[in-house]
Design a protein around this ligand. Structure first.
Ligand SMILES: Nc1ncnc2c1ncn2[C@@H]1O[C@H](COP(=O)(O)OP(=O)(O)OP(=O)(O)O)[C@@H](O)[C@H]1O
Ligand SMILES: [Mg+2]
Length: 167
């Protein structure tokens, strides 16, 4: 019996900040209400830049880092975007105060969480986006993965779109 085919994960090079924004804009065409997205990566990896591209493409205006307000809500677009940053969260109890439970899975919008690997706040079918500084210069590498039907679907659709030669 042959082993099940492993999903191939293709890293995507983002040569500059504009490419990171465009990757976020590309995801805007794939998401729908109730989706959850984890953004993982070092300080300055490009997480907020990606979200800014996503929010702008959905018509929600210009997104900034929610490091101080912790949850930014961008209504007025195709979907509401709840943009969360867990960087300053130290204890799981603080997550309750954030009101995360109210927005995760709310079908009126999508929930995007920076530093999502600090606490397991997202449902298992979320899209996981890992951004990293490329070892060979001031560019970034994006890896999209996901579990369960929705996470897998979003990861492969985003990867396929970003790999198109016309981009
Ligand atoms: N692909 C890229 N190549 C080069 N620079 C980039 C790229 N993407 C984003 N940047 C730049 O990296 C810097 C940090 O970006 P950003 O604030 O989005 O990172 P972050 O991951 O949200 O950081 P933090 O961990 O502080 O929240 C910005 O100056 C941004 O313009
Ligand atoms: Mg940020």
């Amino acid at each position: 019996m042959s082993a099940p085919a492993a999903a191939t994960v293709t890293p995507i090079r983002l040569p500059d900040a504009e490419a990171t924004r465009r990757a976020g804009a590309t995801l805007a065409g794939l998401v729908h209400g109730g989706d959850a997205i984890a953004l993982v990566g070092d300080l300055g990896a490009g997480k907020t830049t990606f979200v800014a591209g996503l929010v702008a493409a959905l018509g929600g205006g210009s997104a900034a880092s929610p490091t101080f307000s912790l949850v930014n809500e961008y209504p007025g677009g195709r979907w509401i975007v709840w943009h969360v940053d867990l960087y300053r969260i130290e204890r799981a109890a603080e997550l309750v105060e954030l009101g995360l439970d109210d927005v995760i899975g709310d079908r009126r919008g999508i929930c995007v969480v920076e530093w999502a690997d600090k606490f397991a706040v997202l449902p298992p079918d979320h899209l996981r986006l890992e951004l990293a500084h490329a070892p060979d210069g001031d560019t970034r590498i994006l890896v999209a993965t996901g579990a369960e039907a929705r996470g897998t679907e979003l990861a492969s659709a985003l990867t396929a779109e970003l790999l198109q030669p016309s981009r």
